[in-house]
Design a protein around this ligand. Structure first.
Ligand code: SF4
Length: 198
């Protein structure tokens, strides 16, 4: 009989087996020990489990985020983050920065919305994502129209936009990275880097 057992499922089952053995040595009866051992793998069963990528560096370790509440209504609370044992890069491990991700996400000082400092103002104020994206698109279009270098001195088409830069994130899939690169280079932006190098 073939059993489709992922590495995570295997570790959960192995963990249940170890727990049962330990509980038995602590004096629990067999029935109680088995019941407790079976509860442990399901301690996160009521939570929503989402795979993601650690945002800190270019190693791009796989993580699993556990949230309580309705994630579709953005009313969920992140309560646990752990390394993804099925991820080929980190195989369940996380460095100290990755292991502290929950505190980073839940930090009261974390920026969670776009901010703007208007001309003449001495402080930042929040604006909506729609307003922020409209303003960014407008500024990019105006700057590109004004500064795009279409030909070099020899008359060869180069389409270089050197007055704008773009900083991408390392916490993306290969497909997202590919699409980002195509979009940025398609606009002619020469200065393109990644947050993982900062
Ligand atoms: S867990 Fe550590 S090594 Fe892995 S991506 Fe995050 S910061 Fe980098």
């Amino acid at each position: 009989m073939n059993i489709d057992l992922s590495r995570r499922s295997f570790l959960k089952l192995a963990g249940a087996g170890v727990a049962a053995t330990t509980l038995g040595s602590m004096g629990f009866g067999e029935a109680e020990a088995q019941e407790l051992a079976l509860i442990r793998p399901f301690k996160l069963a009521t939570l929503t489990e989402i795979r993601n990528t650690c945002p800190y560096c270019s190693v791009a370790c796989g993580i699993i985020m556990y949230s309580k509440g309705d994630v579709r209504k953005e009313q969920a609370e992140l309560i646990h983050v752990e390394g993804d044992v099925d991820h080929p890069t980190n195989r369940g491990t996380l460095c100290p920065k990755g292991a502290a991700l929950k505190d980073f996400v839940r930090s009261e000082t974390r920026l969670s919305q776009p901010m703007i400092r208007r001309p003449g103002a001495d402080k930042m104020e929040p604006i909506s994502w729609d307003d922020a994206l409209d303003r960014i698109a407008r500024a990019m279009k105006d700057d590109r129209d004004e500064n795009l270098v279409q030909f070099n001195e020899a008359g060869v088409p180069v389409n270089r936009w050197t007055t704008a830069g773009f900083l991408a994130a390392s916490a993306t899939t290969n497909e997202t990275a590919w699409a980002t690169f195509k979009a940025v280079k398609g606009m002619g932006i020469a200065g393109f880097d990644n947050q993982a190098r900062v």
